[in-house]
Design a protein. Sequence first.
Lengths: 449, 341
Amino acid sequence: MKLAVVVQRYGQAINGGAELHARYIAEHLARHTDVEVVTTCATDYVTWRNDLEAGVEDVNGVRVRRFRVKHERDPRVFARRSDRVFEQRHSLADELAWLDAEGPRSPALVNHLARHAIDYDFCLFFSYRYYHAYHGAHATSSRAILVPTAERDAAIGLSIFPPLFRAVRAVMYNSPEERAMIYAIAANQSVPGVVVGVGSDVPTNPQANRFRQLYDIRGPFAVYVGRIDGNKGCNELFDFFQGYLRETAGRLTLVLIGHSLLPIPDHPRIRHLGFLGDADKFDAMAAADLLIMPSYYESLSMVTLEAWALGKPVLANGKCDVLRGQCLRSNGGLYYESYPEFIETLRAIEQHRWLAGTLGRNGRQFFRDQYDWPVIERKYLEMFTRLSSETPTRTVEPLPGWFGRHRRDLPAAEQVLGRLPTGPAVSRNDAAGQPSGSSGHSLQGRRRA
Amino acid sequence: MSEFNIRSETLNVEQIMEQIRSRIREKRGVDYTEQQIRELAAVKLEKVLDPRSVRSDLLEQFRKAQPPDAALDVPNFSFESSTLFDSHRAIVRFVRRLLLPILKLFFNPNPLIQALHIQARLNTIQAEHETAHRASHHLFYELIHNLVVETTRLAIEVKNLKMRVESLSSRLEFNERRARGLESVVVYKTSAVDLRERAPAPADERAGAPAAPGPQAAPAPGPQAQPAEGPGQRSRRRRRRRGRRTGTPASAVMTGQTSSPPQDEASDHVARDDFENVSGAALHRNQPLSGDDSVTGATRTPHAPHDAARSDAEPISEAGPTSASDAGSPTRSEPDDSNSQ
């Protein structure tokens, strides 16, 4: 079996969520089947500049075929077209123009897929919202498997995507919330799909003390790992955490790991360590008392899964359906939707060690059950086997004619997004989770004991 | 404060979150969202803050009073010594400069030039001040806006706290009444030995024999002979003594019988109390005291003087009983207030 993993950027130094996801999947599936990565020469997701050479190279034992991006992204054009399709009534042509402006526009990549589709059994397309996925999946629809990595942002409300979700052979979802959202927008329940996600290579013996000594961190601390950005909810995190320091007698320090696009508050108990390598990152998470994930938009949150893999509780932003759903399904973390909830949940985790311990243990079990690599690989291979035994019946819905494409009758994507159902996709049984049988305890009772 | 009821092994995050939210509600009263608070601040301010007479349209008034946000466009020009004689035509400029000495023969233009130059500078300074002033206006607006929102929030909180205090007061009052009621009916269980001792005693013997303090009725005082006092027993006894002094029984207060009984009646009650203690009649509260008249006459004599003397002379202390009868015999049951006073 030969697989093509098609992704917008690829490389060891590329740490974007979907790109890292694609690399992990490619490397793990390469143990079972012949994998070729089809990607662009770009490394910068803002400009899509051709930083790498076109051609074939080997990355971690996986063959990578790169194609040049035809033109870099013009931020002004992209912003203008984004405003139009997200906020105004627009046409299908506007949306296609937006897709071109977003990039990475690489007709060579799409042509290669169209010409050599027959060489691959299946093509795994990562990130539904980019040029390569839309046009590549149209070129190879009978072999296309989509890994949407869809977040709850306005792009999901564009009218060009529902036909894409219906045209592919299968969809590999990251979370039940993502699946529910795509079902609601595309009504593609008939398309085979499975919630898979991605695993992580978490070290078995992280060195928590080494991290504490190296960075001179004493006492309990909460860690945030990721880009320090307003879009990730970091402003709110800073406000809330400073409030926690003011109003409570909590002893936690906030340790921030990642590149910062924001000014970090000048407070002795807020430490920014910058970008750290994987070893240091895992050591930090092992040393931490909990992980805080303040992001509003996540399709999976690998960092959260890594914290759970290390047995650490998570405090997540409950306004993000995916994070909230993960907390409820795993019983491995608490969530907040307001400042008082942030204070109370943080204090509960800090003060009740048994609660933190139980959350962490539940999280670790959840990770092992759902996101361990053998589980992930099995789900992919089962899907390939299933699709191999079926005859493809779905075809790509053709685009309307010129007049149809230019008729401005499509609602603003923001409006469409606003109509989508919200909330975590958790059934009562899922939420109940664990087997019952032990007696009740109270936090206060335990504290006194 | 509510507790988190969580099963340690079957931890349910949804349940914990529900309990955390209820805890927050308890702390903060009604759980308004930011949006709701803003709406309250904008719309219902007058109602919420009526006692303080804060104007609900304060923000609107301030906004109207503000100068418009248009860019500051104050007419100004730079005025130099040559400005009066400038022209875009070179020839005109040349002629004016040529004739300037002649002009100066008629009047002195220098003060005029200086005055206009100063005025131009003043205009510039004024424009700068005006710009700074507008910037501070924005700050004031923000400040007032935040103050109004916070005042609303505080008003809501005060209202919640008031309601909570009222609720707590009524609960406290209820609990006090309940405690008093319970005190009036509580019966201390005597030991099985005492019951055995009391059981064979015939009614007529009890009635005929004076219930004088003896080795059986009142054992020797001391820590060994003292029965285990229940919680609050000592304080109740103290209260009873105080009641004897004041004369108004708590039960009477409870039942509305506020008039104090006559002195002899009170002593009669005291005697009956002691009788019951000795004879175990307190164990049968629901049964009428059939031999009251005869019994009281027999029992009053040995006990009443002692009790009266004790109530007058003995200080109320927790040092323990000072006499055999006061030490509290094993058969002594705690009388209720209505009988003791």
